[in-house]
Write a protein that binds this ligand. Structure first.
Ligand code: NAD
Length: 367
């Protein structure tokens, strides 16, 4: 019997609601497999700041340090509420980036997946969706502008100024490109390199290193696309993409567009891989506009559980079963409010009913 410790960080806004559905899946996976999960809940994000005075309290760090893997709900407040927290204590700066830095989770995998049969969820025309959308974005997660030095001050002319640094060394670039190339080898052997080398020197170095690595992966066809063009092509022809690799900020923005072409950010799970520890989280935020109403889509949170099962615990088949269980709920005509409305003919279900239906479908599957 395998035993894993999992740090559970429900977070803010819709975080606790969708995490409750993820917990149902953990519990069922335990029952169906030779495994036990010790789920240890800890405070993280704005809720932690208001309760303990810090968005990433020491107790939470200890829980995460001792865990085999971490599952995290979204954190953050709406624009106005954010201002009630000192800038450096705000959830992303005070908790999310320190979490990523602490475990050096440099590789972020964000699948953008919608089978043809669910094409009606997407705002794209059916002829653009074709056989469905199935790509994965690989985002560098601990470098670039988000982690560079920052300076704020008043300049010689008396004007307030800010300076933020975009910095990468070749080691950081090499390791994320290796991840993307290896993933391409396991998929269609096509890698789209997303960059901005016509403007940014960081992209010039990025591309140089990719050229150096390419001979190690002779079977992978590498295609270069400027990030701005990639944004357009994601809408016009998403079927051309399989694996896309990019630096931190490009990945932040483009992956939300990934959610957009699916029809909702609620369909965007992710895995954040570090050398020793990985954490898993939906790509989206805490959705303060719908928090507390039991209408959030828990797919991204449950999908993050599936990614943990596969990547941290080697439970590939059970991970596939979880994905299939979620797809089966949609295939039966059920939908959460972000994807359809009642006029569309969809049978509308709430957050907890989606979780219950996933659990029922998973129960019916062989292990
Ligand atoms: P958001 O992703 O929270 O929401 C954008 C839109 O998508 C909203 O209309 C929301 O209702 C909808 N949405 C998101 N997830 C959904 C789900 N599971 N089901 C149904 N609808 C969903 O982005 P935002 O409003 O710009 O940010 C809110 C807060 O989240 C901010 O404080 C932001 O900084 C934070 N944030 C956190 C993370 C993270 O924890 N990793 C990521 C992004 C944003």
């Amino acid at each position: 019997m395998k035993h894993y410790k999992i740090a559970l960080l429900p977070g803010d806004g819709i975080g606790p609601e969708i995490m409750a559905e993820a917990v149902k899946v953990f519990k069922l996976v335990e029952q169906r497999n030779d495994v036990t999960f010790e789920l240890i809940e800890a405070d993280f994000g704005a809720a932690a700041y208001f309760k303990c005075g810090h968005p990433f309290p020491e107790e939470t760090k200890t829980v995460c340090d001792e865990a085999d893997a971490i599952i995290k709900g979204p954190i953050g407040l709406n624009h106005e509420q954010s201002k009630t927290i000192p800038v450096d204590m705000q959830p992303e700066r005070g908790a999310l980036l320190p979490l990523r830095r602490r475990y050096n989770t440099f590789a972020n995998f964000r699948p953008v997946f919608l089978p043809k049969a669910l094409g009606h969820f997407s705002p794209l025309k059916s002829e653009i969706i074709g056989e469905g959308i199935d790509l994965i974005m690989v985002r560098e997660l601990v470098g670039g502008l988000y982690f560079g030095e920052k300076e704020v001050g008043v300049n010689a002319q008396g004007l307030r100024y800010v300076k933020e640094t975009l910095e990468y060394d070749e080691g950081q670039i090499r390791r994320i490109l290796h991840e993307a190339l290896q993933l391409s080898m396991r998929r269609k052997k096509v890698l789209h390199n997303i960059h901005k080398s016509n403007v940014l020197k960081s992209s010039v170095l990025w591309n140089e290193i990719l050229e150096e690595l390419a001979p190690e992966y002779p079977e992978v066809e590498i295609k270069h696309i400027l990030v701005d063009a990639a944004a357009t092509l994601l809408c016009l022809n998403p079927g051309q993409f399989d694996v896309m690799v990019m630096e931190n900020m490009f990945g932040d923005i483009l992956s939300d567009q990934g959610g957009g072409i699916l029809g909702s950010l609620g369909l965007m799970p992710s895995a954040c891989k570090g050398p020793e520890k990985s954490y898993y989280e939906p790509s989206h935020g805490s959705a303060p506009d719908i928090a507390g109403q039991n209408i959030a889509n828990p797919y991204s949170m449950i999908g993050s559980v599936a990614m943990m099962l596969e990547n941290s615990f080697g439970m590939e088949q059970e991970a596939k079963n979880v994905w299939a269980a979620m797809q089966s709920v949609f295939a039966e005509g059920y939908s959460t409010a972000d994807l359809s409305n009642a006029e569309s003919g969809a049978k509308m279900i709430n957050t907890d009913e989606f979780g219950d239906r996933v659990v029922a479908a998973l129960k019916a599957m062989p292990t």
